[in-house]
Design a protein around this ligand. Structure first.
Ligand code: ATP
Ligand code: MG
Length: 420
């Protein structure tokens, strides 16, 4: 193994591609920030208990994918595999739900860790931007979150994504369905592990990706036929609000999602250019989660969008993001005296908010001009001893190639004027 290799299933974000990740995080969070969501940051690890209880003992995330560790002090911790349980824990700890301002609307952005089999779009370290609206049961809140995610993807220029929508019922109707489903599943030809799953979390069997399993599920009882009136009415309202907002969605009865805590509304954003790792984001309502982790009853809804897969989706669609130029002015000094003079100009430009860079290391004109080209700068400032003797610098427009001598003292002001 090479010393310079990132751990299996991980990769580094390096320029220039890393700029896309920043732009995606920015684009996903912008509609949230404009909609009353406040920023929250929680630790990269939590007590393992939080996820065991909050995500669910029977989920793949907890049984197979969690990175757990015992500290020197004997604490059992886990690198966070997802955001919702941590955010809810933090909100409860800070008593945000008691400030009389429900729902508590929060957004987050960060790294998540799952011990998975690495594939294209599936990593052991990945990045999500998420949103949670805690403490209110209102179909408009479910609709708001779906609309904001749709808006975020559209603002990035993504078009080939679809929204899958389902309702998982509540604590009244879901158990009845669960039993009907178990009775159906027990008669199928399934492996041992799946049989165990039927007893622990039968809805997850519907989520099985294998074709031979899916084939047997065609006639499985449909949750839709078991929804209680309250759940039906709630779901119809979410659908109506989305339709009124012009957000297209597909009803997907098989959408159960991998986490135990979902109730009622669940949804997923899938992109058709990504092959088998097609989910770019997902979420839903989790009315029982707070109680599951020892808190009061706080019906809530949220989503998490995967930054890595969103970048892959942009690349699959060939979307070129309108990234801001990193450098507007590049300074090329020839000689020590010019170095001091141009370094001062660069500092002045930066203080005036103009992106500027400098040919460090006393390189020759040719190499430095190459760097100027690569930087994407619109203007280059070049100065040698003769220029300085005349009190000028050469200002080159990299687009037209036109070069003019500008008094050194006016260089920054002239550039500010030209760059508007
Ligand atoms: P999948 O079905 O692909 O395993 P998931 O249901 O486990 O996805 P969520 O827990 O809903 O995913 O996480 C939300 C989003 O985070 C996903 O839609 C995806 O974009 C991203 N994500 C989840 N796991 C990974 C991973 N291992 N690598 C990269 N992105 C991931
Ligand atoms: Mg998964």
């Amino acid at each position: 193994m090479s010393t310079f290799q990132a751990p299996k299933g991980t990769y580094d974000l390096t320029p220039p591609r890393s700029a896309k990740f920043l732009a995606v995080r920015e684009a996903i969070s912008a509609p949230l920030r404009d909609s009353g969501y406040g920023y929250i940051e929680t630790p990269g690890f939590e007590n393992v208990e939080l996820f065991a209880r909050g995500v669910g003992e029977s989920t793949d995330i907890v049984t197979k994918e969690m990175y757990t560790l015992t500290t020197k002090g004997g604490d059992q911790l886990a690198l966070r595999p997802e955001g919702t349980a941590s955010v809810l824990r933090a909100a409860l700890e800070a008593n945000l739900h008691k400030l009389g301002n429900l729902p508590v609307k929060l957004w987050y952005s960060g790294s998540y860790y799952r011990y998975e089999r690495p594939q294209a779009g599936r990593y052991r370290h990945f990045s999500q931007v998420g949103a949670e609206a805690i403490g209110t049961e209102d179909p408009a809140l479910d609709a708001e979150l779906i609309i904001l995610a749709d808006q975020a993807y559209r603002s990035l220029g993504l078009r080939q994504f679809r929204i899958l929508l389902n309702s998982l019922g509540d604590k009244e109707c879901r158990p009845v369905y669960r039993e009907a489903l178990q009775t159906f599943l027990r008669d199928l030809d399934l492996d041992e592990e799946t049989r165990r799953r039927i007893e622990i979390n039968p809805l997850r069997v519907l989520d099985d990706k294998r074709a031979d399993v899916q084939k047997q599920l065609t006639d499985a009882p449909k949750l839709r036929d078991y929804l209680c009136d309250a759940c039906k009415a709630y779901h119809e309202e979410v659908r109506a609000l989305l339709t009124a907002a012009g957000v297209a969605f597909e009803d997907d009865e098989k959408l159960v999602r991998g986490l135990d805590y979902y109730t009622r509304t669940t949804f997923e954003f899938v992109h058709d250019g990504l092959g088998s790792q097609s989910a770019v984001g997902g979420g839903g309502r989790y009315d029982g989660l707070s109680e599951m982790i020892g808190g009061p009853e706080l019906p809530s809804v949220g989503w998490a969008l995967g930054v890595d897969r969103t970048v892959l989706a942009l690349e699959a669609e060939g979307v070129e993001l309108d990234l801001p130029a990193t450098t507007s002015v590049y300074a090329v000094p020839l000689g020590d005296e010019a170095r001091r003079a141009l370094f001062a100009v660069v500092t002045e430009l930066r203080r005036a908010g103009i992106a500027a860079d400098f040919a460090f290391g006393g390189r020759g004109l040719k190499g430095a001009m190459k760097s100027a080209n690569r930087s994407g700068a619109r203007y280059t400032l070049v100065a040698g001893e003769r220029d300085l003797a005349e009190g000028v610098v050469q200002l080159k427009d990299m687009e037209s190639g036109e070069q003019t001598a500008v008094p050194l003292a006016e260089a920054a002001a002239e550039l500010a004027k030209r760059l508007g």
